[in-house]
Write a protein that binds this ligand. Structure first.
Ligand SMILES: *Cc1c(COP(=O)(O)O)cnc(C)c1O
Length: 395
């Protein structure tokens, strides 16, 4: 492999980073749809298992197409190493379970993706890990929780679905003083618009299912961090527990990365415009978008992100009934719990993605029955706005 100069700019790395051409010299990344690999001799197999030579062994441990995806993601993130996983949840779960043991302590922001919340609130305590939630936007709560020794901090910023911002620099400083590594779920910001490692995080996790595929086709995930942590902590866990991604899905994600900047930047522009449109509507009680002047943490958002993202959250007046009427009137925008797609998708978090956390926890997060999360796609933004207007008229 002839490694690309890592100082190329992001748009270049997205297209050409990490390519490992076969002797055939193919233009596009090759798809190595194979579970195993063969050796020239018994001696070569032995040397491979002794780590004396580098040779692929088995696709649960590593695969050339998957390696291309991992190398490209690491280049974009500015991370030393990356492991790709079958799903975003496999990435989160692997990052946490590989690092933690019974008796350890985890502090997490309350506003997490539903399944991440379940891992922290329900799964980890089952294995003797002590967990505590804080309001991610309240530094005093982080300070109090991290005045006791801690092993791992998990947070999401902007958060799902209320787009709350966590002060990454400040929390990383507090977490490191408490002895914790900081794991950031960077899905909403995307690798293009927020660099958690530069802000003090130790590990970044992605659901590649979202913007990285971006076209609603495959599931995937990634964990990025220091080489030593990936080699010594994460890789043995992945190798032996098997959350590995299929080569086919990795290949599609490589193709997704080629257009990531074009798609995400267009989605962000559309989202910003849609947020402005919604904020001017009398039936909308409130709009959340990180870079809008009325977002309570706008300055913080602007200090750690370079764009506001493709998600807009808003609250309609009239609660669940009004929200359902609006969503059922959409013709272009689809009702879905997914996000980060080229198609615009609307979600009612209280009855879907955040139903299981219960009314009390939803209230703490500000997820009222009138809240709708809109993942703005790549359609002509005027058609999206017309659909939103038709939805509002139906209320
Ligand atoms: C979707 C998502 C996940 C989980 O990813 P999957 O690929 O669905 O397993 C985790 N965190 C956030 C913020 C997400 O949006």
């Amino acid at each position: 492999m002839n490694p690309i100069n890592p100082t190329y700019r992001t748009a270049t790395l997205l297209v050409q980073g990490g390519i490992d051409r076969s002797p055939h010299g193919e233009t596009a990344e090759a798809l190595y749809l194979t579970s195993g690999f063969v050796y020239d001799s018994a001696e070569q197999a032995e040397a491979t298992f002794k780590n004396e030579v580098t040779h692929y062994q088995y696709s649960r441990f590593g695969n050339p197409t998957v390696s291309m995806l991992e190398n490209r993601l690491a280049l974009i993130e500015g991370a030393e190493a990356c492991r790709a996983t079958a799903t975003g949840m496999a990435a989160v779960h692997s990052a946490l379970l590989s690092h933690l043991k019974s008796g350890d302590r985890v502090v997490a922001s309350r506003a997490l993706f539903g399944s991440c919340h379940w891992i922290v609130s329900t799964l980890l305590p089952r294995y003797g890990v002590i967990t505590e939630f804080v309001d991610g936007a309240d530094l005093a709560q982080w300070q109090a929780a991290l005045s006791t020794p801690c092993n791992l901090v998990l947070l999401e910023s902007p958060s799902n679905p209320m787009l709350e911002i966590v002060d990454l620099r400040a929390v990383a400083t507090l977490a490191h003083a408490a002895g914790a590594i900081v794991v950031v779920d960077n899905v909403f910001a995307t690798p293009l618009h927020q660099k958690p490692l530069e802000l003090g995080a130790d590990v970044v996790v992605y659901s590649c299912t979202k913007h990285i595929d971006g076209q609603g086709r495959v599931l995937g995930g990634a964990v990025l961090g220091r080489q030593k942590w990936v080699d010594d902590v994460l890789q043995p866990f992945i190798r032996n527990t098997g959350p590995s991604i299929s080569a086919f899905n990795a290949w599609l994600l490589l193709k997704g990365l080629e257009t990531l900047a074009l798609r995400v930047d267009a989605g962000c522009r559309n989202a910003e415009q849609v947020a402005g449109f919604l904020a001017a509507q009398p039936d909308i009680a409130r709009v959340w978008y990180p870079t809008r002047a009325d977002h309570p943490q706008r300055d913080l958002a602007m200090s750690q992100m370079t764009a506001g993202g493709t998600l807009v959250t808003f609250e309609v007046k009239g609660g669940k009934e009004a929200a359902f009427r609006m969503m059922n009137a959409f013709r272009l925008i689809k009702v879905s719990n997914n996000l980060g797609d080229s198609k615009s998708l609307a979600t009612h978090p209280a009855t879907t993605t955040h139903m299981r956390i219960g009314a009390e926890e939803r209230a703490k997060l500000g997820i009222t029955d009138g809240v709708i999360r809109l993942s703005v796609g790549l359609e002509d933004v005027r058609d999206v706005q017309d659909d939103l207007a038709a939805g509002l008229a139906a209320i």
